[in-house]
Design a protein around this ligand. Sequence first.
Ligand SMILES: O=C(O)CCC(=O)C(=O)O
Length: 244
Amino acid sequence: MANPITFLKPSQRDGIRLIFREAIDKDGFAIILNVLPSGEVEQILEEIRESAPRRTRAGVRHALGLGPISKVAQQPRIMDLAQAVLGAAAFPFRATLFDKSPRSNWLVVWHQDTALPLRERRETVGWGPWSVKDGVQYAHAPAAALSQVLALRIHLDDSTTLNGPLRVLPGTHTLGVLGDDGIHELSTTIIGVECLVPAGGVLAMRPLVIHSSSKSHSVAERRVLHIEYAASSLVAAPLDLAVT
Ligand SMILES: O=C(O)CCC(=O)C(=O)O
């Protein structure tokens, strides 16, 4: 289990931000506890329920247009985490609500997140192959663009060893964009870390850190808001990132 970072007094903010940045640089991920109080988590869940989003099996994709989710993405403590790593111009560009439960149970094999949503399809060296998901254009991106992205996974339920938590291979974000064989090889040589995060905590991760998750073996839901932030509107230049 990774050493979690806890938010302490505002006077300790600069020290905590430094520890956080160092963990992201070294391991490609970090866990921060107690970012949102439990009352706020309950309220977010209630607001999402009321907005009745259209869902797929894994949850809700392209969710940044939903009021309650956009509000979480801009919440000052969440923005502060994104800015600690990406700088003051950081902004959210994509949100996914991953909802894993006995009713909708799923797994993902070891992979890196390499596709970025783009405003339009323009063949560009280093980008591709292209695809369309839910009407949004996607291209696999070069490592230089992905290294300017950070995902903040806001836990709306406790993630436990039983309900299909995310597992990561520490340090693999530094290895660039890997093929299936390379990913498989690393998954047999590096010891995976289970990211057990209580509700209200955040798992921050680089998209290139190799990750996976298994099916849930619990009745407890595991809802996670996965929000991706870019360091600036130019990270996909000469292409334009879509906000979705
Ligand atoms: O939430 C999970 O279990 C998997 C998420 C994932 O695979 C991803 O963000 O690419």
